[in-house]
Design a protein around this ligand. Sequence first.
Ligand code: AMP
Ligand code: MN
Ligand code: MN
Ligand code: MN
Length: 294
Amino acid sequence: MTSILNADLHCHSVVSDGTLTPEALAQRAKSNGVELWALTDHDEVGGQHRALAAARAAGLSYLTGVEISVTFADVTVHIVGLGFDPDHPQLVQGLQRTRGGRSERAQEMSDGLAKVGIAGAYEGALRYVGNPELVSRTHFARYLVESGVCKDTHEVFRKYLTEGKPGFVPHRWAKLGDAVRWIREAGGVAVIAHPARYSFTPTQEYALFTEFKEHGGLGVEVVTGSHTAAEYVRYADMALEFGLAASRGSDFHSPDESHTDLGALPYLEGKLTPVWELLAGRIHTPDQSPTATH
Ligand code: AMP
Ligand code: MN
Ligand code: MN
Ligand code: MN
């Protein structure tokens, strides 16, 4: 396989904070021309068997996926895992621990919002939750838009849900080394998600990439829905500098909210090693599954 492949290896379903089912996402990916797809719900692999079956029915090649919340240098970092066994006990238990505490955090977020006059946000957010173990800031954002507090979810994040704002509650997620280890033990490849979106100094960013590699991480997202064209270039250079494979994914959440649709991204540059080259034996093709045994 070459870099010229419409791979979309990052998106979310109702199993985390997306608005579409795994089945609807598979259909949408297929109609948008995606050739290789991965569903990467936050801290949860509960949608993987559905996504794989839907991919097969739609005639799409599939890689299992997840996006794990990590705390590194006091900043939340997301690590995408691809091509793992979704039933692997260490991964499943690690994710379960990572999800633990989300409900309590959501209650505290709601308390913070109540102090600035927004009552009932916890109950409001729950109306949008597809998975009771996965109440996220996105669900609060949807509720605050629907109830007319803000015009869109970006405004909610800016005014209420980011560091220092009334609905923000600091949270300790998984450790970087643990997240990478769970993915590797389950036979997958770990990838740094949307590296441009973190508030790191250059030194901290260098430390993230260095430690990620030391833990056995192998890839970085270069072309993602949340990167600018300049950031594609910057992280292509970082991938080459650190000897990491490159990934491509829209981070699609919802037809109403996401500005990048499934599959609607530039291709990876030819000089990069696409992450799917490291995963050839883990790809579930529609007629045969997977291309090599686990
Ligand atoms: P959580 O895991 O509960 O902290 O929620 C994180 C999720 O919030 C991310 O995966 C995005 O889907 C969403 N998010 C974060 N920042 C923004 C933003 N500025 N605008 C819209 N959505 C955001
Ligand atoms: Mn999300
Ligand atoms: Mn993310
Ligand atoms: Mn994501």
